[in-house]
Design a protein around this ligand. Structure first.
Ligand code: ATP
Length: 337
């Protein structure tokens, strides 16, 4: 197995400055400004049609920006020669890997190796196991994705740009992939990837950008998003309370479990269940809780889905109140995956 070095450099790996791409009248992305730093895993999230693929394809030079600019590894995406050199250090995993279906995985591997270099396909093929001797046309969706992963990583790129990388993989391979991303991150590899799968974003990303209707609505660390989403608190009380009993700052969405009710497992006592989301400090909450006859208490991290759903819901509401920019993705520009 090749011994891979730790990457030692510091720079902004991707930078966009008001990057805008229209397809005729249809907005792909508009005024995207963000940067991805060396060594971070940056997740790019948004509902269907938000502009994720458009952003990725524009960063890779498959289509020109309508206005604004972007650099990838310091190469201006509008400068074909500079971008070509930079692309040698980029691995790209498209959303729908397109291969010549007649050739075998092994041929594709050796073709890519000759083109870009191969320093780690053996190691990658231990983790991702497409049936190399079969024509790619016979591959399942998951096998295509595994082959695309090997092709994207085999030249040991500094930057990975990936469009929904785990789509098509079974749950075990998804975990293998996410573990691999974490290991690569330790070596300093930079990742920029789009996803709908919030649990995977939670597991591997340092920061996320949330895009809707072509615009970036948030860039934040995963930790800060989780912090904002607060905790789910669930109480079982021996006394009867109403929702006002927990009117503390930071308490949201209180539900009282149908008032006092009988729990068979609870020695026949009447208990009340109360649950809410909490974004405040523990001390005032616990003080208030202990004013009651506490039988049980659970405090859990609110799922990251809650935060994203707030953004997505706003998008849905706005889309309902204004005419949507229509059109489906169908551009015929060549990709080299
Ligand atoms: N080649 C194209 N021609 C015309 N419109 C396009 C083209 N590609 C994308 N669009 C439009 O641009 C907008 C953004 O699409 P894009 O595919 O970038 O979204 P996405 O976030 O990747 O969506 P998904 O999650 O469904 O893959 C959509 O309105 C889409 O219909």
């Amino acid at each position: 197995m090749a011994v891979l070095s730790i990457r030692l450099y510091e720079m902004v790996v991707i930078r966009t400055d008001n990057l805008t791409k229209y397809y005729g009248d249809v907005r792909g992305v508009e005024d995207l400004s963000f940067s991805v730093e060396a060594g971070e895993v940056f997740g790019f999230l948004g509902p269907n049609g938000a502009g994720k693929t458009t952003a990725i394809r524009t960063l890779l030079g498959f289509q020109s920006p309508t206005s604004g600019s972007a650099t990838v590894l310091d190469a201006d995406v509008a400068d074909a020669a500079a971008l070509r050199d930079a692309r040698a250090r980029v691995g790209y995993l498209p959303s729908e890997p397109a291969f010549d279906d007649r050739v075998t995985g092994r041929r594709l591997l050796s073709y890519h190796g000759a083109l870009r270099g191969d320093v780690r396909s053996d190691e990658l093929l231990d983790m991702f196991t497409p049936p190399l001797d079969r024509p790619v046309g016979d591959y399942s969706r998951g096998n295509r994705q595994m082959l695309a992963i090997v092709l994207a990583f085999m030249h040991d790129p500094d930057l990975l740009i990936m469009d929904e990388p785990t789509s098509g993989l079974d749950p075990l391979k998804q975990e293998t992939f996410l573990e691999f991303v974490r290991t690569e991150r330790e070596r300093g590899t930079t990742f920029f990837f789009s996803s709908h799968v919030l649990s995977e974003v939670r597991k591997v990303c340092d920061r996320v950008g949330i895009i809707r209707d072509g615009r970036l609505v948030e860039v934040a660390s995963v930790d800060s998003l989780l912090h904002r989403s607060g905790k789910h608190v669930r109480l079982t009380l021996g006394d009867s309370v109403d929702a006002d009993a927990f009117d503390l700052p930071g308490v949201h969405d209180v539900t009282v479990g149908g008032g006092a009710r009988r729990e068979p497992a609870d020695r026949g006592d009447d208990v009340t269940t109360v649950s809410f989301t909490y974004t405040g400090a523990y001390e005032p909450l616990l003080r208030r809780v202990l004013e009651h006859d506490l039988r049980d208490l659970s405090i859990e991290e609110a799922p990251i889905e809650d935060v994203f759903m707030r953004f997505y819901d706003e998008a849905a509401q706005e889309a309902a109140s204004e005419p949507a920019a229509g059109g489906d993705a169908a551009d015929g520009e060549a990709e080299d995956a």
